[in-house]
Design a protein around this ligand. Sequence first.
Ligand SMILES: NC(=O)c1ccc[n+]([C@@H]2O[C@H](COP(=O)([O-])OP(=O)(O)OC[C@H]3O[C@@H](n4cnc5c(N)ncnc54)[C@H](OP(=O)(O)O)[C@@H]3O)[C@@H](O)[C@H]2O)c1
Length: 278
Amino acid sequence: MQTTKFYNGNEMPVLGLGTFRVENSDECKEAVKHAIISGYRSIDTAMIYENEAKVGEGIAEGLAATGLDRSDLFVTSKLWLADYGRNNVEQAYETSLEKLGLDYLDLYLMHWPGTDEALMIDTWKGMEDLYKADKVKNIGVSNFTPQHLEALLAQVSIKPVINQVEFHPYLTQNELRRYLEVQGIVAESWSPLMNAQILEDELVKEIATEVGKTPAQVIIRWNIQNDVVVIPKSVTPSRIEENLAVFDFELTEEQITKLNNLNEDKRIGPDPNEFTGQ
Ligand SMILES: NC(=O)c1ccc[n+]([C@@H]2O[C@H](COP(=O)([O-])OP(=O)(O)OC[C@H]3O[C@@H](n4cnc5c(N)ncnc54)[C@H](OP(=O)(O)O)[C@@H]3O)[C@@H](O)[C@H]2O)c1
C-alpha cells in the first residue's frame, strides 16, 4: 500500500476505509474485516460514530484471518466536541481504545474546531500531552480552516500532522490545500464520493469510460494524485474491493485539471466556522 509521510517521519496509507453512518453491528465488523482481507491497511472511525466496538472486532478478525500484526494497520479515531478541554482528552482517548480493543491509535484527531478558540487551543494541548507521553503515534485535526490553524499554531508547540476535511470535485479546498502544503500538514478527504452523489456527474462518468474504470475509482485516484489521503466508506464487499483497485492506472494532467475545475465550493456537510456539534 502506497503511503504518505508526515513531517514527523511517520507514514500513513494513502487509502483507507471510512465507517461513518455504519451502525455498531455485524455489518460494520464484516466490512472492516473484509477490507483488511482485501488489502486495506487503514481504518477511520470516531467516537461519535458509536461503532468503535464493532470496528475493533473487525480489526481483530481481519488480523486473525490475514496473520498480520497490529503494527501493519493504521487506525484513526476522533475526539468529539463534548470531550474538549485539556483535562478530558486522555479519558476520552482511553475510552475509545477500550471500545476498539486496542492499546494505541495511529492517529487521533480533534473532530471539529468548535466555535470557542480558547477551548480549541486548550484541547490541542491535551492532544500534545498524549503524544508527548507516547500514548498515540500521531495527532491531527479535522475540519480546520487556515484561520483555525493559524490561531492554533501561534500558541502550541506541536503541529498537527494532518487535517481531515470535506473534499470532492465540487469542493476542492484550494486555499486550504495551499496552506497545508506550505505548513507540511497532510490533507485528507472526507466524503470523497460526496456520499455517492459525485458518481452521477457527467464528466466523472465520461472520464471513467475513457480510463476503463468506475466513477468511484476515478474519484479515489483523483484524490491520490492530488496528494490527498482518501477514506471512502462502503459496507458492500464488492465496492470495498472496487475502491481499492486504483493503483493500476493514472489520470492524465488534463483529466485531473478538468475534475479540479468542477469546483463550486459546495459543501454537503456543516460549515466548520459554525458547527458546535449540537
Ligand atoms: N471528519 C469528519 O468530520 C468526517 C465527516 C464525514 C465523514 N468522515 C469520514 O470519511 C469517510 C467517508 O465519507 P462518507 O462516509 O461521508 O461518504 P463517501 O465515502 O463519500 O460515500 C459513501 C457512500 O458511497 C457509497 N459507495 C462507496 N463506494 C461506492 C462505489 N464504488 N460505487 C458506488 N457507491 C459507493 C457507499 O455505499 P455502501 O456503503 O452502501 O456501499 C455510501 O453510501 C466516513 O466514512 C468517515 O470515516 C469524516
